[in-house]
Design a protein around this ligand. Structure first.
Ligand code: UDP
Length: 312
């Protein structure tokens, strides 16, 4: 296949490029580098099956030649990023998704949309199944991301139903691993950076809120299987192993040998209290489930951040 990866220089996009190339496909990565970074794809330079195009997909996408699939992953994805880039976040989820679907339609390519557990908002159903419609505050600070992704799902389903475009929708839950941006503000880079610097970890609120962390290789495997599957309705991919943020902080301090302790900071507005994917559907239709244990994934991630901080 020849595959376009929007957001191809980002954390997930770049890992997807690697997986696609390893499977023998040809990849065009597209990114405007607002939150992506060419460091993430530097190792692919010179690969004849790989090319990179710097482009903001909220503008018309021109791509010559045949195309078999689009992995649409372009978007700021950290709460701190989308608070700083609210308009860009809304535009890439709406205009960017519209343009990507236009390419899929014109090229008769399959499009896989990167959606998110944020479509469930601060969920009132736990764990979250794909049938749950969510509890989202449209005008809150996270609304720019949540509603952009909800719109993206809606227009993707419309292109599928009205134009017959083959589409897939993955709802991605918290994912971590090498190539996350050190300063993206999410809990994994924040805690690891603080721990490696011997500082206190900044737990927001009392740390009772929960998350379920999936290692990037597991996530990429689930997405690749979904792309090749016949499933056109949204599918959760994530790790159901749930913990409180306080427990997570304690784990990071233990793994890094950090004695800096923990400090408490205010809980951001609309921060979801509980999050755990119900992956019954992915298990059933994709034969997929996560394999990497938290400690093993964190060791890899800590090693990566050590290198970035010059502490390797
Ligand atoms: N969080 C925290 N300290 C930090 C960064 C985040 O306690 O330095 C919390 C945040 O309030 C949320 C959870 O960790 O409850 C996960 O936050 P993240 O920004 O990684 O992503 P989210 O899952 O909220 O989209």
């Amino acid at each position: 296949m020849r595959v376009l990866v929007t957001g191809g220089a980002g954390f997930l996009g770049s890992h997807l490029c690697d997986r696609l190339l390893a499977e023998g496909h040809t990849v065009v990565a597209m990114d405007n580098l607002v939150t992506g970074n060419t460091d993430n794809i530097a190792h692919l330079a010179g690969n004849p099956h790989f090319s990179f195009v710097k482009h903001d997909i909220t503008n018309y996408i021109y791509l010559a030649g045949d195309l078999d699939a689009i992995l649409h992953f372009a978007s700021p994805a950290s709460p701190v990023d989308y608070l700083e880039l609210p308009i860009q976040t809304l535009k890439v989820g709406s205009l960017g998704t519209h343009n990507a679907l236009g390419v899929a339609k014109a090229k008769k390519a399959r499009l896989l949309l990167a959606s998110t557990s944020e479509v469930y908002g601060d969920p009132l159903v736990h764990p979250q199944t794909e049938e749950y419609w969510g509890n989202v505050n449209p005008i809150g600070p996270r609304g720019v991301y949540d509603e952009a992704k909800r719109f993206a799902e809606a227009i993707t389903m419309a292109y599928q139903r009205y134009h017959g475009v083959e589409t897939r929708i993955v709802r991605i839950f918290n994912t971590y691993g090498p190539r996350m941006r050190l300063n993206d503000g999410r809990v994994v880079p924040n805690f690891i950076k603080q721990a490696l610097n011997g500082e206190a970890l900044t737990v927001y609120g009392e740390g009772n809120q929960t998350r379920s962390f999936c290692y990037v290789s597991d996530l990429v495997d689930g997405i690749y299987r979904l792309l090749l599957s016949d499933e056109s309705l949204p599918t959760n991919i994530g790790n159901p192993s749930e913990m409180t943020i306080l427990q997570f902080a304690q784990r990071i301090n233990a793994l890094t040998g950090n004695h800096g302790g923990i400090i408490y900071k205010p809980l951001p507005k609309d921060d979801p209290q509980q999050r755990q994917p119900d992956i019954t559907k992915a298990r059933r239709i994709l034969g997929w489930e996560p394999k990497v244990e938290l400690d093993a994934g964190l060791e890899e991630t800590i090693a990566y951040f050590s290198g970035r901080l010059g502490k390797a």
